[in-house]
Design a binder for this molecule. Sequence first.
Ligand code: B1M
Length: 210
Amino acid sequence: MNILDDVRQSVIDGNMEVTQKLVQKALAENVPAEQILKDGLILAMSEVGRLFESGEFFVPEMLISARAMKSGLALLQPHLAAANIQAIGKVVIGTMQGDLHDIGKNLVGMMLEGTGFEVIDLGVDVSPQKFVEAVKEHQPDLIGCSALLTTTMPRMKDVVTALKEAGLRDRVKVMIGGAPITEKYAHDIGADIYAPDAASAATRARQSLN
Ligand code: B1M
């Protein structure tokens, strides 16, 4: 077992303290933060999802695993976000109204920061109107919408519509993502960018500025 196997197991066990200790240990052993994230924390949550789907985990187990993962993420954040980079652009991100999943959205935020964006995070359960208000207030280059539930995906279309109605659609690009989202869905609702994961979200957001 290497340290990343232990990190994964601690997240699956939902043991926040052990996750934090192991993430710190991995950093001290010079394991790159990106690798701890990808091969430790993210893989663990995929396994948690599989256990949930197969009926071995229920919501409470998922929740404590998610907490453990977030505690590990918090330790990685300073290592992932490149220091002293002047902002190349501004992004407002949030999880769709009715949706409380924020781990993926937080990762996307970190990767965007890491690639040089200033990130304004509206949190979870964000209404289309709140996105519109944030665009008026912060004048971002992009907004990033995350949805993990098939029931909250349609709110992304509502965001695009609300931006059009407010006369702001041409001022901001819309990027969407989340487990149930596809390139086709992004195209169908008139979003500008689809990203399947946090790393490509950062790359595609950056490319969209050119
Ligand atoms: Co929920 N949940 N959950 N859950 N949960 C899923 C999403 C589910 C697929 C599980 C399952 O049934 N297999 C299922 C959705 C089914 C569906 O809609 N078809 C589900 C359900 C049903 C529910 C509840 C309804 C359960 C219930 O109460 N009966 C409930 C809903 C609550 C609500 O939101 N209103 C619920 C609750 C929860 C917890 C609170 C317990 C917890 C969330 C904790 C938190 O986020 N703070 C939770 C968790 C942890 C999960 C799973 C297991 C893991 C999600 C996760 O964090 N993945 C998930 C199963 C799964 O995904 N396999 C599940 C790790 C994360 C790194 O990946 O979020 O996909 P992900 O993000 C990726 C990409 O999608 C992408 O990049 C990220 C990083 O690479 N991405 C973007 C995400 N946003 C992006 C935005 C972008 C670009 C890329 O641009 C802006």
